[in-house]
Design a binder for this molecule. Structure first.
Ligand SMILES: NC(=[NH2+])NCCC[C@H]1O[C@@H](n2cnc3c(N)ncnc32)[C@H](O)[C@@H]1O
Length: 447
């Protein structure tokens, strides 16, 4: 029979390895690292911080609130650690905890990992990938074309301009008074040359600095930026955009994108599950199935940021988890964003995981229309692809079943470009009228 109890899984979305692989060395391994074989946990300090609330499921576990400091007494397994907090001891899921440092600021000397981050944008690789992404780049071009009249004589800030493509669209398709093209990585030297060689030096002013240090002669009418990362938020460049908004956008100024949404859908991901887990059943006729739990742990405790979801693998209509208004959202709201969801399964199949993607909308200046860039499975694929959150244990679901729960996006209190996603869900069938029989934590240790 189908296990109907609540499941919770914390995915630590430290998926930056593709972008700046050096991050791996940031969590310096230490001699004790052999405890339970965690490659990246720094045991030199036994103080850890709870990265999000944890509700004990029984009296052997210890409830914590986000930010609580605990003492690690025994890293019993990769999943459960025996810790002490305010005189109480108990088990806590290891991946709810982040290595605290004695002096908060000294050990974490680069919480934004800016060296790796801007280092990854100084070469052409990522800029080629972004410029080659037609749906992405064409959306910005369409917005500027549709607002060509409204942009006449306006001051525009293009934040994180990269090679300057958005600034070029503004100068080429309209007649703004000025476009401030701001770029912190070394690619900016090339951008300066491109502006010169394309004859836009009178309109486009290239500023080689971080948005955080930006000094402009006046406020601007339009703040346009392509800041979206995997799962919308990853990299948290959004914080820089909101900072620039608060400092340099006029009261009645326009944000492009104007709104941003995260969408999610339950899906079948049989190929992914088979190739990583069922593989161990009988490689070369041998029984390696005892490795399956380790495979689930290793491959499914972080989201897969480059998944391509096919429409036919969706098990229900998608839902919108977050809907952010970029003119009004406050920076502190980014620390923790949560949302309930409810999916009505509309086809029989295997529920392997949940896939997320984002869409952004650009509000026209002089009309109600808007341009929509939707990176989801029903639209042309973009370089962001989709983000797959795999369950540890797939479940059979049938038409009419309901998958309900919540997703919490928790920004990493220490590594400021990272986030964790905690997904809690339960499945109920029309035939079954049982309430949730128990709440148990299904966590996975992230590397
Ligand atoms: N959509 C994304 N995920 N990435 C595409 C835009 C990122 C571009 O903005 C630059 N960039 C990112 N943050 C900043 C900042 N705070 N100040 C200036 N440039 C920045 C970065 O160097 C890169 O060229």
């Amino acid at each position: 029979s189908l296990d109907r109890s609540w499941q919770t899984k914390v995915y630590k979305a430290e998926m930056s390895y593709e972008k700046f692989p050096e991050t791996a060395r940031l969590a310096a391994p230490c001699p004790e690292a052999s405890i339970g074989g965690y490659p990246n946990v720094d045991f030199s300090t036994n103080e850890f911080i709870a990265m999000c609330d944890f509700v004990a499921a029984d009296d052997t576990q210890l409830s914590l609130s986000q930010g609580d400091k605990v003492l690690l007494l025994n890293a019993v397994t990769g999943e459960w650690w025996w810790v002490e907090h305010n005189g109480h001891c108990g088990y806590v899921p290891a991946n709810y905890l982040h290595g605290a440092c004695e002096e908060e600021d000294s050990d974490v000397d680069d919480p934004w990992q800016d060296e790796e981050y801007y280092g990854s944008y100084k070469t052409l690789k990522l800029h080629l990938e972004m410029l080659s992404d037609q749906p992405r780049t064409q959306s910005y071009r369409n917005v500027i074309m549709q607002n060509s009249q409204a942009l006449k004589g306006k001051r525009i800030l293009d934040l994180g301009c990269g090679t300057g493509i958005i600034s070029f669209f503004c100068a080429q398709l309209s007649e703004p008074e000025v476009v401030y093209a701001v770029e912190a990585s070394d690619i900016v030297e090339q951008t300066r040359k491109l502006v010169e060689e394309n004859g836009y030096s009178r309109v486009i002013q290239v500023l080689g600095q971080r948005a955080e240090e930006l000094q402009l002669p006046t406020k601007v009418d339009v703040l346009v930026s392509e800041w979206m990362g995997t799962c919308l938020l990853f990299e948290f460049m959004l914080e820089s955009v909101l900072l620039a908004r608060d400092l340099w956008l006029k009261e009645d100024g326009v944000m492009w994108p104007s709104t941003a949404r995260i969408h999610m859908v339950p899906c079948c991901a049989d190929r992914e599950y088979s190739s990583r887990v069922h593989f161990w059943d009988s490689p070369y006729g041998l029984n390696f199935s005892s490795l399956k739990p380790m495979a689930v742990q290793e491959f499914f405790s972080t989201p897969k940021p480059d998944y391509v979801l096919k429409p036919e693998d969706c098990l229900s209509q998608p839902c919108t988890l977050l809907d952010v208004n970029l003119k009004t959202i406050k920076i502190e709201a980014l620390e923790r964003m949560s949302s309930e969801f409810q999916f009505h399964v509309d086809c029989d199949g295997t529920f392997h995981g949940l896939t997320a993607w984002f869409s952004v909308q650009f509000q026209n200046i002089d009309s109600q229309e808007q341009v929509d860039l939707d990176t989801g499975p029903f639209n042309p694929l973009t370089h962001w692809k989709h983000t797959l959150f795999m369950l540890d244990q797939p479940m059979q679901v049938r038409t009419g079943d309901k998958i309900a729960g919540s997703a919490v996006f928790t920004r990493n209190p220490i590594w400021r470009r990272h986030l964790s996603v905690t997904i809690t869900w339960s499945i109920t069938s029309p035939s079954q009228n049982t309430e949730q029989v128990s709440t148990f934590l299904h966590t996975a240790r992230a590397t």
